[in-house]
Design a binder for this molecule. Structure first.
Ligand SMILES: [Zn+2]
Length: 312
């Protein structure tokens, strides 16, 4: 059976408000105590072992450390999702990038998880400096790219709705992402890139919050979209790597201030039902593992697919 992966970015309420430019983020509001057990319950019901990308600033706090401990105890991989979930991470210097990576590793291991070997940056962007830091620190994979043309649309939406006046021209990636590979590949350094899968050919997202956005219009549309994506993945031999977020199981009332966020009008019970259906559909065709295990399983197939790190 072919392998697919599921990963979760444990983005907290404050991180969404920060990206949205809501000053309320500085109080660091958290929904991890609600979201983490609910997500672990859904994964447990499906007997799934996944990967959870954790933000260092959360892992340093009591509720985040408790989340890391619970995730590890349930057998999931804990990976690095940067320290400050800074959407402008790609503007950082090499020293600043290294500090983001290292401080998060320290917080994750202090909370009881093994040292991470996987990284996903906030905002779906990687830079040569970042890849350098990761391979130097012994990381096996990066999972930061989202090969889609929806990014520029998301940026347009963000610029219209955000309260922040900070320039976001590079937020959510540029048009070049359309041509980024949808399949896993290997960088020069040996580090594996595992893209967040988008629908083959159409290059539209298939991750949880996008499906919820469709679900808000029509539940049949969301299911049809995901079914079509799985069919195309099988036809084109693209191993799906599905991305989830805590908001995929939370109601609007459980994420105060996030009414702006797509799909938040869907009740938590309907969200959990859709997520269960999605995971079931994925498991009918694939052996589903976390991103780290996915990379390990693909390893032999990735020879000869190296790309130059500094080719732009
Ligand atoms: Zn994130």
């Amino acid at each position: 059976m072919n392998v697919a992966s599921v990963s979760l970015d444990l983005d907290n309420l404050w991180a969404y408000l920060k990206t949205h430019g809501d000053p309320e983020w500085e109080r660091m509001p958290s929904f991890l105590a609600t979201a983490t057990p609910r997500l672990l319950e859904v994964f447990g019901e499906h007997g799934l072992t996944t990967t959870v990308f954790v933000v260092g600033a959360d892992a340093e706090r009591d509720d985040g450390a408790a989340a890391v401990a619970a995730i590890t105890a349930a057998g999931h991989e804990v990976a690095n999702h940067s320290f400050g979930h800074e959407p402008w991470l790609h503007r950082y210097s090499r020293t600043e990038l290294e500090a983001e990576v290292v401080r998060t590793e320290e917080a994750i291991t202090a909370a009881g998880a093994p040292r991470p070997v996987g990284f996903r940056g906030p905002g779906y962007s990687v830079t040569p400096d970042l890849l350098d830091v990761l391979s130097e620190r012994g990381y096996r994979y990066d999972a930061s790219t989202l090969p889609t043309w929806i990014g520029p649309l998301a940026r347009f939406y963000h610029n219209r709705s955000a309260k922040s006046t900070k320039d976001s021209s590079e937020l959510f990636g540029g048009f070049s992402k359309v041509f980024a590979p949808n399949r896993p590949y290997r960088w020069d350094s040996g580090l594996v890139e595992l893209p967040v899968t988008t629908m083959p050919l159409l290059r539209v997202p298939i991750h949880g919050s996008y499906l919820l956005q469709l679900h808000q219009l029509s539940p049949a549309l969301a299911r049809g979209h995901f079914r079509a994506a799985l069919r195309l993945c099988r036809v084109f031999g693209v191993p799906p790597s599905l991305l989830l977020h805590p908001t995929d199981v939370l109601s609007a009332g459980e994420a105060p201030g996030m009414e702006f966020f797509p799909g938040m009008a869907v009740p938590a019970r309907d969200k959990a039902a859709l997520l269960g259906w999605v995971l079931g559909a994925l498991r009918r065709h694939y052996e589903v593992v976390g991103t780290g295990a996915h990379v390990a399983r693909l390893d032999g197939d990735l020879r000869g697919t190296r790309r130059l790190e500094r080719s732009g």
